[in-house]
Design a protein around this ligand. Structure first.
Ligand code: AMP
Length: 377
């Protein structure tokens, strides 16, 4: 199925193409038609399945069909963490870049000033963590009376994190007549019953999880000091039978530096990140797809749009400091049931990142090698 077949409007089709997506994922194929019709949807899908676009795209299309005289919050998205709020905001901005809609996110732990001024300037889509939303509502700084579409994202995590009473306080502030989209990675009976309190005859959509990093992906970790990482990568690439590898670094600078180091070792690679022009990114990507270069070095943001079937090998040259990002990165391989290999390099400073990743995925990543000589003391 193509995005065109989902009957999306041209500005969205264009944005999706620019994001580098060629086809909708399973959750997108199943959820988008119902959301476009204005139906309530109960979606069981984990992060990594393309679920954000599955709701962001049809919401943007519905909102763009009507232009009210005055901008107001017409969509509210509740999500448990600041990281998710920012990711969802990025998605709305990316898929809505050719539309005139505005989105912003609000979350705790930072001063409220900028968030408040964003809201004052007018937003159509508000992405919020529950605490900050209640806080600003309590101060009379925003109203939910114009909300047409309400999304509860990652419901199971919300309940785990103790947000239930906050959500119960928010719900009565929403208009009764609205569309409600409820997403959760798991759907035990208590979560389903909770959805029942806010939805009417929802269409149920479920996809098999990929965020559990799937059995099809074999994961391993090397303990290696920072200065030993390039050498390790070079030897893995040279010795292993690796046709193509997507290598993740945390920073743009780190990506450029690695490309230079690989070149010194006779390995031709290219970096894609936010400082590269669209043309340079496209060139690197197509060279990688055609196997003209074997190694693509990417930062997380740049890698988002990469859509390559049968990508067999991913290297976490640096571990992400947000555990979910690990799942996203790993999701780049082992797609569509193809087997994949994900290798992580973990230095002494990254041990705590590895811990939180293992907590999220629920198991210990098997150790492929320990190249760290134990520091004295
Ligand atoms: P999510 O499940 O929303 O966290 O999305 C996981 C990742 O898949 C994100 O990095 C998206 O940019 C990417 N993505 C979403 N839809 C598609 C698609 N149709 N094709 C390729 N990648 C996608």
């Amino acid at each position: 199925m193509s995005f065109q077949e989902l009957k999306l409007i041209q500005p969205i089709l264009q944005a999706v193409a620019e994001a580098g997506y060629s086809n909708p994922t399973a959750i997108q194929q199943h959820a988008i038609p119902h959301i476009l019709k204005g139906e309530d949807v109960l979606g069981c899908a984990q992060t990594g399945t393309g679920k954000t676009a599955a709701f962001a795209i049809p919401i943007l299309q519905r909102l763009s069909a009507v232009t009210p005289l005055k901008r107001s919050i017409r969509t509210l998205i509740l999500t448990p963490t600041r990281e998710l709020a920012l990711q969802i905001e990025d998605s709305f901005k990316a898929y809505g870049k050719h539309l005139r809609l505005k989105s912003c996110s609000i979350f705790g732990g930072v001063p409220q000033g900028k968030q408040v001024s964003n809201i004052r300037n007018g937003v159509d889509v508000l992405i919020a963590t529950p605490g900050r939303l209640l806080d600003l509502m309590g101060q009379g700084l925003l109203s939910l009376k114009d909300v047409e579409i309400f999304v509860l994202d990652e419901a199971d995590r919300m309940l785990d994190m103790g947000f239930i009473s906050d959500i119960k306080k928010i719900l009565p502030q929403l208009p009764r007549k609205r569309q409600t989209l409820f997403f959760s990675a798991t759907m035990p009976s208590d979560i389903k019953a909770f959805a029942g309190t806010m939805q009417q005859n929802p269409v149920e959509v479920a996809v098999t999880p990929v965020s559990t990093t799937a059995d099809t992906v074999s994961q391993s970790v090397y303990f290696v000091e920072k200065k030993g990482k390039t050498g390790l990568l070079v030897s893995l690439l040279k010795e292993g039978n690796i046709k193509r590898s997507l290598v993740f670094t945390r920073t743009k600078h780190g990506a450029d530096k690695l490309v230079k180091q690989l070149a010194k070792n006779g390995l031709h690679s290219a970096a894609i990140h936010g400082n590269k022009s669209q043309a340079a990114r496209q060139k690197a990507l197509s060279e990688f797809k055609d196997s003209r270069i074997r190694v693509l070095v990417a930062t997380d943001i740049a890698a988002r749009g990469i859509d390559i079937d049968e990508l067999p090998h991913v290297v976490n040259y640096e571990l992400p400091n947000v555990a979910e990002t690990y799942v996203h990165r790993i999701g780049r391989t082992g797609r569509a049931g193809f087997g994949g290999i994900a290798v992580s390099f973990c230095d002494t400073e990254e041990m705590s990142d590895l811990k939180s990743i293992q907590k999220l995925i629920g198991f210990k990543v098997p150790v492929a090698g320990n190249l760290i000589t134990n520091p004295v003391g």
